[in-house]
Design a protein around this ligand. Sequence first.
Ligand code: FCB
Length: 471
Amino acid sequence: MVGDRAEDGAGRTFPADFTFGAATASYQIEGAVEEDGRGPSIWDTFSHTPGKVDRGDTGDVADDHYHRLEEDLDLLQSLGLAAYRFSVSWSRVLPTGRGPVNQAGIDFYGRLVDGLLARGIQPVATLYHWDLPQALEDEGGWTVRTTAEAFREYARVLAAALGDRVHTWTTLNEPWCSAYLGYANGVHAPGRADPLAALQAAHHLNLAHGMGVQAIREALPGARCSVTLNLHVFRPVGDTGAEAVRRLDAVANRVFLGPMLQGAYPDDLKADTAAITDWSFVRADDLQQIHQPLDVLGVNYYSSNRVRLRPDDTGSVDSADAVGPSPFPGAEQVQFLPPSGPLTDMGWNIDPAGLSDLLTSLAATYPKLPLMITENGAAFPDRIGDDGVVHDEDRIDYVRRHLGALLDAIDAGADVRGYFVWSLLDNFEWALGYGKRFGIVRVDYDTLERTPKDSARWYAGVVARRALDGP
Ligand code: FCB
């Protein structure tokens, strides 16, 4: 079933207080990596390591957002968006991860937040979207607890500097990617391939989240706090499908949801990973620290995967996410079946029903927790028309159907408060560099000129009407 319920969107309306926005992340758009005192991050190191990023692309210039801040803020305003989700570059604020504050870095984010507020746009700030200060990686990165402690200091600095001008604080973006693509599979920075390191990283990211929320609330009582998870939707295939889903759900989803929302790691996860670790890196009061009340849970959703157990245990993975060592420690025996098309330019399937299924199941498990889609969107091989504009019907169709699925979930009782399209701008798509374009606004990487695609105009129309149109 591929989103049948969502096909007919015409006229369906969004709740009056529903928030529409767009999302970006610091390393993907800012550029200016050596300016005004910014320190290096693991993505600077990784992208400058030959062979790690397609075509040797780096974030050195990216969209040059650092220098084009006002223009990009105007763009957000011209689309009529109510909120903007951005991330802060940790090493711009604290060049070596802790210690002396770089005032120029603080000032940049101050201008960003003030510029948003001046345009009537809510700032939604993510503290960590994967660009760990290199100095902290040199001390062990997310495999060591001192990185979580440094994150607490960083959260304190930002809360004091930006204060109540930030509408919603998000501690982490997609810790699954940080822990498993970064430390188990190695396709992302810092490029390590060690399942034990990855599970330690998952725990210390959880701890950083809990410490970060506490630090923000200490500085700003009443601050709205959240985390963004890329919760995976797995579709079981055949007799072993249910067991495959259980294992993956444990290591990919419940490893974060459990401690953050229920104060415990799942027993089945500990059993599945027993050959890798006894989890003795979890200290007595860690779970209490991680388990903090949240105001909203951010959910990123792009696609789903069909899975079963493989008969032989080769420990490799052939999912669309990664080739190489499995990014699912303890679930190496799971096999990802090839996605069925049509596919996006990432090779990901298009399954809007996966979004409504995910939201309704979250609403059933955590009935009091408001939800927000903090990323959803698609890369397609954009072609520029004779008029100089990208006519991206495929992206419009993708977003329309996912908004329809979101409305399905609301109809079914899920408390979904908003939607942020990924992304405002074409940008540095991590290991895939600039080859994959997710923007609703095109960026010409030679001139850095921004040109709204048809999808930007279409999205602005949905936002203005607060209603979907038909296909
Ligand atoms: C998500 C990331 C985001 C972007 C999209 C396509 O996993 O959070 O930075 O790369 O995927």
